[in-house]
Every structure is written in C-alpha cells, then in structure tokens.
Design a protein around this ligand. Structure first.
Ligand SMILES: Cc1cc2nc3c(=O)[nH]c(=O)nc-3n(C[C@H](O)[C@H](O)[C@H](O)COP(=O)(O)OP(=O)(O)OC[C@H]3O[C@@H](n4cnc5c(N)ncnc54)[C@H](O)[C@@H]3O)c2cc1C
Length: 553
C-alpha cells in the first residue's frame, strides 16, 4: 500500500486505475491539473486482461499524450504483428475464411489515421500507463487504496479512502471521477442507476500458456482465431510472442473447472498440444448505460457509466473516449475558462456514443460461432469444401461490421452537442439504432462541426495532429489571418493558437477555409469566412459565456 510522499491537495480525485482512470490521469496531468489516482490493486495483473484491441482513436489520444510508443513497445505483440482474423474448424483444422486489415491494425501508413490500432493486453496497457503516469508531477498515485465513501458540498468533494489494512483517510478535491469499473462504488455512493439488460449466456475467458503452439498450427498469424466447431463454441488468440494465449469459451457450462477448460481448449486447438491454464474469468455480456453521468461534482466514466458486449472491442475504447472528453473540460473548469454548460456537455456528448457502442456490439452478438458452426465443415471431401464456401459467405455477412469498425470509431462525433456551432443543414450522423454494416465499417472523413478533425500528414512522420495546440486551434487553410480570434480567446482566458496551412488543395478535405479545433481534436466550427461574432462561437464551444456582455468581443 503506497500513498504519495509529497502530499498536495488534488483538484480531481480519480477512483480506479483501469484503462479509463489511467488515461484520465494522463489527460489531467498533461493539462497541469493536480489529481489523486486511487486504486486498490498494487500492480496491473495478468489474471484477466479483458481488453486487447486498442482502436486508432484511442491510439491517437495516446500519441497526443506522448505514450503511444511506450504502449506499442510493451504491447506483447509488436506493432503490425498481424491485422488478420481467421475463421477455422480448429486451430489445426480447415481454414474457412480469413480477413485482413481488421481493426485498422496494419502498420502501413494511411492518410486518414495519425495512429493505427494496436493489439495490446489490458494488463500491459495498464502497466505502461502506470509507469508513465508515475513521472507526471501533478499526479499522485494511491496504489493499494480504495474509495470507500463520498461527501460533496458546494465547494468540493471529500473522498474517504481505505487502505488494505483498514486505515482510512479523507482526501479533498474539487471534483471526483468514478472510473472504478462495472461495480462502481462511486456510482452507488451518488445514487446513479444503470438501465438496460444483461445477456443470459455465461462465457469464460481462459488465459493459458502454450509454448510452441504459434509455430504448430497452419492458420498463419492472426489476432483472433474463431473456431467453428460443433463441440466447443469460441475464439482464441495470442497475448504475446512468448506463448501466452487467451481463449473465450462461449456459453460455457456453469460448472466449468480447470479440467473442462483444458478439454475445451484442446478441442479448439484440434490436438493435445501441452498447455497450462493461468486463470479462468467468467463474464456475461451487459448492455447497460447510466441514467446520468454526473451528480454535482462527481462524474462517471468508462464501465462505471456504460457496459457493452465485447464483440467489436468497444468497451475500454469508449471509456478512453470519455476520459479524453472529460479531461479537457475539467481542466477548463479548474482553470477558469469553462462556461456554465461545459461540464454538463460531457454527458450530452458521450452518452450517445456509449448507446451506439451498445447497439453495435449487441448487433455483432446476434451471430457468434454457435450460429455459424455446421457438422459438415470438418468434412475432408467435396461436401466439406462446399460447406466451407457457403459458410465463408455467411461469415462475411455476419462479421464484417465487427472486424471493420472505422466508420463507427472515427465517424462518431458530437453533431448534436450544445458546444458546436453548425453551419451544415443536414444531420451528420446516421441513426443511432440498428446500425447498417457499411456505416459501421466505412469511415468518410468530414470536417463538419462535431466530427473528429479529418487527419492529414504534413510529411512522412509529422501529423497535422502533432502541431495542434493543447487548447483550441484555428486552422487558417490558405486564408487571410484571422487575428480577431486571438483577442476574443485572450479575453476569455481560453488557451488558443492559430495555425496557418498554405494548402488551398485542402479546402475540400476540411469543407472550409477556417476550422476551429477543440482540445480533443473535434471540430467546433468551420467556415469560409470568420463568423460575424467570433466571441459567440468561442463562448458556445466552451459551454457558454464567462465574460460580461459589456466586454464581449
Ligand atoms: C472478454 C472481454 C474482452 C474485451 N475486449 C475488449 C477489447 O478488445 N477492447 C475494448 O475496448 N474493450 C474490451 N473489453 C471491455 C473492457 O475490458 C472494459 O470496458 C474496460 O476494462 C473498462 O475499463 P475501466 O477503466 O472503465 O474499468 P476497469 O478496467 O474495470 O477498471 C476499474 C478499476 O477500478 C478499480 N476499483 C474498483 N473498485 C474501486 C474502488 N472502490 N476504489 C478505487 N478503485 C476501484 C479496479 O481495481 C480497476 O482497476 C472486453 C471485455 C471482456 C469481458
């Protein structure tokens, strides 16, 4: 149990150092906000690394925070190790279908991404983020401590934290964020409820070691091997190049013990390759979202606020997006440039993304290996070949939207946010429910207000994102300087920069000669001419006016 040597009253208390709490600590730390990170686990452990796929939007956030390289270096599977998913009758059996380019994991540079995705076990992500957060002078880490109680008043929040030995301390901050996972204590303390449903099917994730297995099967490299087998239902893959594997046994028997798990994994492999089980982690798919993301000075983020089935890999990634959104807004509130509506906009912006993640993942869950498996797939003759061709068609139909998700990942913006000034007549987003596969898979860059800023490379290594400021940035794309923005931002203490890009060929890419970019790389406003009232656009982007009308620019 460790508590910070040099104690400084934090401005933000973060309960939970999973992927979301750790990302938020980096966001706040990088913005000079003092925070206390309270976490009962002394170390990131290998017992159950649930998350494995980090999507490009999360990796772009980590690039901005300066930790993308460290994450890739400690990922277990090197950057670009594989961008394939294979469907087979067993690891040593027939290949039915192979997809390449899944989850944008390829290390081949693409115009629309500053960072591709990364396959990285959750414990390795947490380990890296723990190491890098320790160097942040404004973050104090409370490893071995749990949040046990919350009291709030008009000026702040007091968290009661408990050590493993029963010692209790009171920590006072201006805000508290519950990033303490699906059973969130913070959520219970402030009386926020989850609405939705759980799937009745019980599943188990097994972590096991299988030295030499990677070289002993004919399927080639892939991040996921989906096994279509009439005996066992599931998928598997590698966590590192040293022989650590994961397997998900879908619809596992309630009494699954180590021996039955071993038998199931051997059936998935298709032979008795020696393996050793390290952990068995039962889980059920949940489709839940909090009725509110905020209660006074307390906020929820990540699994504490929403939970979706894992199909598509949206859980941690959506939570990381919460941390990015909430991070700059809390910093603005603490540094005095947040308007009265800025903190409430967190829920307006992030809750629809969680709802869409739930809808996407539930859609993907409708067809899993059990629905696709047929006894004739293992047939070595003509009948088997025909069955596998038919099956490949069904797999493509059912799984394309799950394996190619950039349309959702990068296309999810905040078109209805109260913070954006829209000059576009049409709605930007497809309907939230019953997503069509193509909208999920195909990303069409858009500079419309609310969208993620379309990416551009400035040269082979340097991304446009690398030269944006930490606050708001006005892109002047082959347009006359618009210095009136600077004065308006200075009056409001808004961190602001102008960036001249003499690229007339980029007008159509961004849809305007001026683009106002928020600290989280989303577009707040765009136009061919500066707006009549620059101050009004800035006020709106920051949640309302912070200056009296007599001084408004
Ligand atoms: C099988 C499976 C596979 C998945 N794969 C993916 C994937 O590929 N990609 C993806 O994005 N998501 C995936 N997910 C989902 C992902 O694991 C979760 O969404 C993610 O872990 C949520 O992160 P979090 O930080 O919100 O919560 P958690 O990871 O649950 O972290 C919460 C933290 O809070 C701490 N805590 C608990 N109580 C307290 C307290 N009282 N005080 C202080 N701290 C406390 C915990 O110790 C923990 O460290 C998967 C889930 C499953 C089940």
């Amino acid at each position: 149990m460790t508590s910070p040597d040099r104690y400084v009253d934090p401005e933000v208390i973060i309960a939970g150092a999973g992927p979301v709490g750790l990302t938020l600590a980096h966001e706040l730390g990088s913005r000079g906000v003092h925070c206390a990170l309270v976490e009962p686990r002394l170390h990131a452990d290998l017992a159950s690394p649930r998350c494995k796929q980090l999507n490009p939007k999360s990796m772009e956030a980590y690039r901005r925070l300066g930790v993308a390289h460290a994450i890739r270096n400690n990922a277990g599977l090197p950057f670009g190790w594989s961008d394939s998913a294979v469907f087979c009758t067993s690891l040593t059996g027939h290949t039915i279908e192979r997809f390449d380019g899944v989850f944008a994991l390829s290390d081949v540079q693409r115009d629309d991404l500053a960072e591709p995705g990364q396959w990285c076990a959750q414990n390795r992500l947490e380990e890296t983020l723990r190491n890098t957060v320790t160097g942040q002078p404004t973050v104090s880490t409370w490893w071995g401590w749990s949040l046990a109680g919350v009291e709030q008043d008009e000026t702040g929040v007091t968290a009661v934290v408990a050590g493993a030995d029963g010692e209790r301390r009171r920590v006072r901050g201006a805000y508290l964020v519950g990033a303490d996972g699906s059973r969130s204590q913070v959520r219970r303390e402030v009386g926020i409820r989850l609405a939705g449903r759980s799937h009745e099917v019980r599943n188990v994730q097994a972590i096991f070691t299988a030295p030499g297995l990677a070289e002993a099967h004919p399927q080639g490299r892939a991040v996921q091997y989906w096994v279509l087998n009439s005996e066992v239902n599931g998928l598997m893959g590698m966590l590192d190049t040293e022989g650590t594997w994961w397997a998900i046994i879908i619809d596992a028997p309630a009494d699954l013990d180590e021996q039955s798990a071993l038998d199931a994994i051997h059936t998935m492999i298709g032979d008795s390759h020696p393996i050793q089980i390290r952990s068995l982690d039962p889980w059920q798919a949940r489709m839940l979202v909090a009725d509110r993301y905020r209660h006074g000075r307390c906020f929820l983020a990540g699994d504490a606020a929403h939970q979706n089935p894992p199909w598509g890999g949206f859980g941690a990634n959506t939570g990381i997006g919460d941390a990015v959104d909430l991070g700059w807004k809390l910093a603005a509130a603490l540094h005095g440039w947040a308007g009265p509506g800025l903190l409430d906009s967190y829920e307006y912006e992030r809750r629809p993304v969680a709802q869409r993640a739930i809808a996407e993942a539930a859609h993907n869950m409708r067809v899993l290996t059990g629905e696709l498996a047929r006894p004739e797939l293992v047939d070595d003759g003509e009948a088997g070949t025909r069955a596998r061709i038919r099956s490949a068609e069904a797999i493509r139909e059912a799984k394309t939207a799950e394996l190619y998700t950039l349309g959702f990942v990068l296309g999810s913006g905040y078109p209805n946010s109260p913070l954006i000034t829209s000059t576009d007549p049409a709605p930007l987003e497809p309907a939230l429910l019953d997503p069509a596969p193509l909208e999920t898979s195909t990303y069409r860059p858009s500079g419309a207000p609310g969208s993620r800023l379309p990416h551009q490379w400035l040269n082979r290594q340097r991304s446009l994102y690398d030269v944006l400021g930490p606050g708001f940035t006005l892109l002047e794309i082959a347009a006359p300087p618009a210095s009136e923005w600077e004065q308006a931002a200075a009056k409001r203490n808004i961190p602001f920069e102008r960036l001249r890009l003499n690229r007339p060929d980029w007008h159509s890419h961004f849809g305007g000669r001026y683009v106002l970019v928020r600290p989280d790389r989303h577009v707040a406003w765009r136009g061919d001419e500066p707006p009549l009232d620059v101050g009004a656009v800035l006020d709106k982007a920051c949640g309302g006016s912070t200056v009296s009308s007599s001084t408004t620019v």
